[in-house]
Ligand binder design. Structure first.
Ligand code: ZN
Length: 553
């Protein structure tokens, strides 16, 4: 707003007017008011310019931050960080009516080209929706969407449940003897997991509804602020408060869900012979998990928030780069610093299997630096194999359970499948897609970070960055769901391609028997609902995989 002559406004309403200066508590979004004042102490008019910056104002919600128009002869310029400030004023009016309701309202239609330019630049209308309109029902939207997803997923669960109660395996697998023998066991395990899924799903849905409807997040945020005050710090230590908040909510949610995870491990997995954990190991895992998450996670959150403070409006780019670097560091230190805390990883002993795997790697020029066995059997009877590492420094890791369950030829076929993922650049492709998605996510977040309506909708009176990110993820959930679904489709495509690769290496038959063995030893669901597997599965169901292996000839 440029060049408004305040006297005409005062004349018109015939009383003094206070100009409210709303502020955000974020750096990088400054609101400045430049005014020309009459200074009565001097003869004549002495002009000076006052700058009010959001950093100088501690609480925007009181009249102390207002300026009387009588003291101002002309507003030189009044600029806001973004258009959202207009709705911010509307909010102040609705939240603090006692302060503002008796003030006269004047509508000024700014017409300067600069204003129009800013409006174009900052107002982000998606599909014609004004995302910063006061009263936008963000909370209601999040609740409605999460219940819709919940109901849809329960419907899929019921469809899958029906398949798990069928007495016979799919037709294409009926002449495989091992499957006929063990089919009922896989069905029982699937049914137990499905029942558990219904209970834990309902529990999770009720919990998130409770958190949103009863404003648990603002309550915890204010509680963290109180603790901070006890410790002698003010709530302007936003990052410290964010860390306290993170620890509090993580611990709270962990203990709330503890009975369910205990039941899953020590009742369901136990009943089907998979659980190898003792209660002592479970507790140790938990303690270690918390410590590592804290040691790595908290500094990352603090640094991320600091970067947002430093970098202003374009923070999304810097945070994105930061997260990429962090991911690389994490992947680098994981095998040497983190994994040994949980598992023993030892070199695969010299012998036939080792020679065969090395020969296979050499044949397709896989830069195999390390070939390891991991003691997966310490916790569970489930089996697996994977490869790992950057560039020319790769390692293959095989679960001891896989070595126990399959013969050498079948293990080679599984390794061949893993090498297929490498040769076809699957992990690079997936990683690239995730990074592009992250950039998009952070960019959209940057459009919401100062959206007062969003914070208000969830019961927050201030706008802490970490909270903004959490709330943003709530409203981003629909896109996240679609992305997860598409990534499952891509992952299943990659699995077929890796199977085909192993077959081309000459391991078609061994992969077939290996997959059947692994499926049966793991009691993986053999009889799946088409909708359920399309939505949830990252790997194609066994009949489809075997079918594809056969067809390739
Ligand atoms: Zn695979």
């Amino acid at each position: 707003i440029d060049g408004i002559d305040t006297q005409t406004i005062i004349d018109e309403v015939d009383e003094d007017i206070h100009l409210l200066i709303p502020t955000h508590h974020q750096k990088g979004i400054h609101e400045t008011l430049q005014v020309e004042n009459d200074n009565d102490d001097d003869f004549g008019t002495k002009r000076y310019v006052e700058n009010y910056e959001s950093d100088d104002l501690t609480d925007s919600s009181t009249l102390e931050n207002s300026v009387s128009l009588k003291e101002i002869t002309q507003i030189q310029s009044l600029s806001f960080g973004d258009i959202g400030s207009v709705s911010h004023i509307d909010h102040l009016l609705s939240v603090y009516p006692e302060h503002y309701q008796n003030l006269p309202t004047i509508n000024v239609t700014p017409s300067s080209p600069q204003f129009q330019e800013n409006k174009k630049e900052f107002a982000m209308d998606i599909l014609g929706l004004d995302l910063k309109a006061p009263g936008t029902p963000y909370k209601e939207f999040v609740l409605a969407f999460s219940w819709a997803v919940y109901i849809f997923e329960q419907y899929l669960g019921v469809r899958q449940y029906r398949k798990l109660r069928e007495p016979n395996p799919p037709k294409s697998l009926q002449d495989i003897e091992e499957i006929r023998e063990k089919f009922h066991k896989t069905q029982e395990y699937g049914l137990d997991k499905a029942k558990f899924g219904f209970v834990s799903g309902l529990f999770g849905q009720v919990q998130s509804t409770w958190i949103i409807v009863w404003d648990v997040l603002p309550w915890l945020w204010n509680l963290s602020g109180e603790w901070l005050t006890y410790a002698g710090y003010g709530t302007d230590y936003e990052i410290t408060q964010s860390l306290i908040f993170t620890v509090t909510i993580t611990t709270m949610l962990y203990f709330i869900s503890l009975p369910l995870s205990l039941y899953y491990t020590f009742v369901i997995e136990e009943r089907h012979g998979f659980n190898k954990m003792t209660l002592g190991l479970f507790v140790m895992d938990t303690v270690k998990g918390f410590l590592i998450t804290g040691v790595i996670g908290l500094p990352i959150i603090a640094l991320g928030l600091q970067i947002i403070k430093w970098s202003g409006d374009n923070f999304y780019f810097y945070v994105w780069v930061f997260m990429i670097i962090f991911n690389f560091i994490l992947l680098t230190i994981y095998p040497t610093l983190i994994q040994p805390l949980f598992n023993k990883v030892t070199p695969l002993p010299e012998g036939e299997l080792r020679e065969q795997i090395e020969a296979l790697a050499a044949r397709i020029k896989f830069p195999l630096k390390k070939l390891h066995v991991i003691d997966g059997s310490k916790r569970s009877g489930h089996s697996n194999a994977y490869f790992y590492g950057f560039f020319k420094n790769k390692q293959i890791v095989i679960y001891d359970t896989l070595i126990e369950q399959a013969n050498n030829e079948e293990i080679l076929a599984v390794v061949g499948h893993e090498l297929g993922h490498w040769s076809l650049n699957h992990s690079v492709k997936v990683l690239t897609i995730y990074q592009i998605h992250n950039l998009f996510l952070f960019f959209v977040f940057s459009q919401f970070i100062s959206n007062t309506v969003l914070y208000r909708s969830f019961g927050f009176e201030t706008q802490p960055t970490l909270i903004g990110f959490i709330l943003f993820q709530f409203i981003y959930a629909p896109i996240e769901n679609v992305v997860a679904f598409l990534m499952n489709i891509l992952s299943r495509k990659h699995e077929f391609e890796a199977d085909a690769f192993a077959k081309k290496l000459g391991y078609g038959k061994q992969l077939r028997t290996g997959l059947i063995k692994i499926q049966i030893k793991n009691l993986g669901n053999i009889n799946n609902d088409a909708w359920y597997s399309a939505y949830h599965f990252s790997h194609p169901p066994l009949p489809e995989r075997l079918n594809a292996l056969e067809k390739m000839d």
